[in-house]
Design a protein around this ligand. Sequence first.
Ligand SMILES: Cc1cc2nc3c(=O)[nH]c(=O)nc-3n(C[C@H](O)[C@H](O)[C@H](O)COP(=O)(O)OP(=O)(O)OC[C@H]3O[C@@H](n4cnc5c(N)ncnc54)[C@H](O)[C@@H]3O)c2cc1C
Length: 394
Amino acid sequence: MSLDTFRSEIRAWLEENCPPGARGPGQIPTGSTKITIEDPDVSLWLERMASKGWSVPTWPTAYGGAGLSTEEYVVLVEEMRRIDARPPLIGMGNTMIGPTLLEYGTDDQKERHLPLIARGEVAWCQGYSEPGAGSDLAGLSTRAVDEGDHFVINGQKIWTSGAQFADWMFCLVRTNPDVPKHQGISFVLLSMDQPGVTVKPIKLISGNSPFCETFFDNAVAQKVDLVGELNKGWTVGKRLLQHERSGMTSLVGSRRTEPGSSSLAQVAKEFVGSDANGAIDDAAIRTQVLTHNMNSAAFRLTQRRTVEESQDGNTPGPATSIFKMYGTELEQDKAELMCNLRGFGGYGWSGDNFDEDAKEWTRTFLSSRAASIYSGSNEIQRNIIAKRVLGLPD
Ligand SMILES: Cc1cc2nc3c(=O)[nH]c(=O)nc-3n(C[C@H](O)[C@H](O)[C@H](O)COP(=O)(O)OP(=O)(O)OC[C@H]3O[C@@H](n4cnc5c(N)ncnc54)[C@H](O)[C@@H]3O)c2cc1C
């Protein structure tokens, strides 16, 4: 089928099947069995997209995907954006552990886990960081002991995003403490719904609790859920981070995570005014907005070129650190500009003196500060780019 025919078929299908409640800002399911979906349109959209394999468009059809080529995937993204359709599914299942299992999983692991992810029937969380192991992740000490057909796990993880809503965790554990640290780590999958796992949400100043402490007290991971070889989990764990850092999924998802619908230029004109030509009436602010918009456009095009140049839409290697670092700095830059443009009203947190859009942007500004920490801090990304991409000496 030609790409043009493919586009017109997709366009017609989306027009007919994307319900109103799945367009514009709103809830995007993570697959969690512990989160209620309020709007039936959201469930219907997921069900319809999953039935076409378009919740995970590039995955093989055998595992719930549609086996789309990179070009077809880009067309699907463009057509979804055209009607302002939200992605039907987000989360660590389709963006992180799914692609990792496609590369490293056994047939049995793929058959058991991937279709559930594709249908949005399971949510995953990431058990990497520990109180004594963040940037130095390989220093982790959560211990897994081989008990024949399963491992018994004891220890603690921290900053586990969404652990309170997750059904499963992918987790790095120490299986051999007597070898150099990178060589004694394994990558396992375990159910969160078992007596040996306790989750404690971390209370934040904002009252929200997007992440948790996770404690293992004789928790069990089955041997059939060891991904890759025993003690070779560092390789699998690093690859998963590349999927996380690539931001490839943001080709589909990013726009709908921002509050409001006004662009930087619209907000600038509202608060600074426009000149006779309709341009922002302040040369310095005009330059700031233009620079941001040009950098964003260049970034999106680079992401897209990378996807199009890759053999099968697959995530690149250490170069993903560039996307993580630059993408998060752009996100922080935009949130800061959005707040600054509003002047005194720009950092309103609560109360009637600030409109909802301003309050949302203040929250976005505050939460964007975390973007240069999670998924490996931006200092660590600079180290990776220097060593693994540019080949600079240690
Ligand atoms: C919002 C959010 C969500 C998160 N979600 C998860 C999750 O779901 N699962 C999970 O496992 N983890 C998660 N994390 C944890 C995250 O991966 C770690 O916070 C991160 O890797 C940094 O580790 P750390 O906090 O221990 O800081 P540290 O490692 O103690 O670093 C402190 C500072 O020192 C700098 N630094 C450290 N080493 C170096 C070096 N070699 N060179 C240069 N600078 C260095 C760092 O850049 C940082 O600025 C999340 C974090 C945040 C903020």
